[in-house]
Design a protein around this ligand. Structure first.
Ligand SMILES: *[C@@H]1O[C@H](CO)[C@@H](O)[C@H](O)[C@H]1NC(C)=O
Ligand SMILES: *[C@@H]1O[C@H](CO)[C@@H](O)[C@H](O)[C@H]1NC(C)=O
Length: 376
């Protein structure tokens, strides 16, 4: 029930031992020392969910999720850390607390509103972007109230202003649209996804970030959905539009169309409307596609095959038996994989993506690093 239709249903099960990935070879840069403690709020889907879905719905993502880094399921759909984890570690923040975590939360420096399966527009998972922003506003109000009563460990007014607000949303809007609509209709729906993101940042007077003091935004574009083993295994049987990497062009073209409009929105808000704000647009698509297209140069094999899945080559993905359910295929070869469960990436992949964001600012518009926000 995480996403619509041909998507992920994850049930707890057995642990498998899978080959160790060559993480020590991956350069992870630590950004410049912060001159003040960073404050981060995140909105998104499974790309940045650090336990929100599990906290909200009481449904844990079972083993082998978390096996490589946390050594137990951590609420992430991954064997280890997500891009967001790496970005925040570069600023000295570890262990994101999901907003809905009720046991020993720690909201001193950050709160994560991301929930797996959520979308910009309201969808099956009841935590669309506007709901996540409303939760943030409640968090903000409560945090200020508690501080005024003398409590510690919450975010104050000045910190809300200098916080960075990260957004990674849109993937599930596109993927679920393809489930119901033909290509032209999917493309026609994209402006409605962009409007939701605009509302979250700027437009809607009741629930937006800028209106409540947020001035630093870090916006990830969406990824090459047409390279997901999940999409290839389920759509690919009747598809004909493969590109030179073996990805589905229609899905990737929709992702590109979405990204173009998202970039235009960021440009427009930056130049015209949001005074004294910094809006950084990050080209995740290019970073991920580059790794898939040149996977051998990075030491990866089978970029279009899920590491944790069922059915074997070419995609090792079966929608009836997804990662974490019984009977999935155990990959025993010492291979390095990019795709974890057919949709999300492995820790090894995420480490490369994050190191690219942190090491070269080429992928950001304007070209500034994540560390900017704790030194501004
Ligand atoms: C919460 O996190 C902050 C920052 O990492 C840390 O200094 C503080 O000790 C933590 N508080 C608790 C109660 O664990
Ligand atoms: C999944 O299960 C359905 C219903 O049992 C079946 O029709 C379908 O062929 C299965 N799909 C795959 C890829 O095995």
């Amino acid at each position: 029930m995480v996403a619509k239709g041909r998507s992920l249903t994850i049930l707890p099960t057995q642990i498998v031992s899978i080959a160790y990935l060559f993480l020590s070879l991956i350069p992870l840069l630590v950004d410049s020392q912060c001159t003040q403690n960073p404050i981060i709020f995140n909105f998104g889907d499974s790309n940045s969910d650090t336990g929100g879905f599990a906290a909200a719905l009481g449904h844990s993502f079972g083993p082998p999720n978390g096996r490589l880094y946390f050594h137990h399921p951590s609420g992430r759909l991954c064997d280890g850390r997500l891009i967001l984890d790496f970005l925040c570690e570069s600023l000295g923040i570890e262990n994101w607390t999901p907003y809905l975590e009720s046991l020993r939360p720690n909201f001193t420096y950050e709160a994560n509103f991301a929930i797996s399966g959520s979308s910009a527009l309201p969808g099956l998972v009841p935590f669309s972007l506007s709901v996540q922003v409303l939760q943030f506003l409640r968090f903000r109000t409560r945090s200020l109230e508690l501080i005024s009563k003398g409590y510690q460990g919450f975010v104050n007014e000045e910190e809300f202003k200098r916080a960075v607000y990260t957004i990674d949303m849109g993937q599930n809007d596109i993927a679920s649209s393809f489930f119901y609509f033909p290509y032209a209709k999917v493309i026609g729906r994209i402006p409605s996804f962009i409007t939701e993101i605009e509302n979250a940042i700027w437009l809607s007077l009741i629930s937006e970030i800028y209106q409540h003091g947020g001035r630093n935004l870090w916006v990830h574009n969406t990824e090459p959905l047409g390279c997901f083993p999940q999409q290839l295994a389920t759509t690919g049987t009747y598809a004909t539009d493969f590109d030179q990497c073996g990805c589905l062009e229609s899905l990737n073209n929709a992702a590109k169309a979405f990204n173009k409009q998202l970039q235009a929105l960021c440009d427009e808000l930056r130049s015209d409307q949001m005074m004294n704000a910094m809006i950084v647009y990050v080209d995740i698509y290019t970073i991920k596609y580059d790794l898939i297209a040149n996977s051998d140069e990075y030491g990866f094999e089978n970029p279009l095959m899920a590491y944790c899945g069922y059915g074997g080559p070419p995609y090792n993905y079966n929608p009836n038996v997804t990662c974490g359910q019984t009977r999935f295929n155990v990959c025993i070869e010492e291979l390095s994989y990019v795709s974890w469960d057919g949709v999300r990436y492995t820790e090894a992949g995420n480490a490369i993506f994050a190191s690219k964001i942190l090491s070269t600012h080429y992928y950001s518009t304007p070209q500034i690093g994540f560390g900017y926000f704790c030194n501004a």
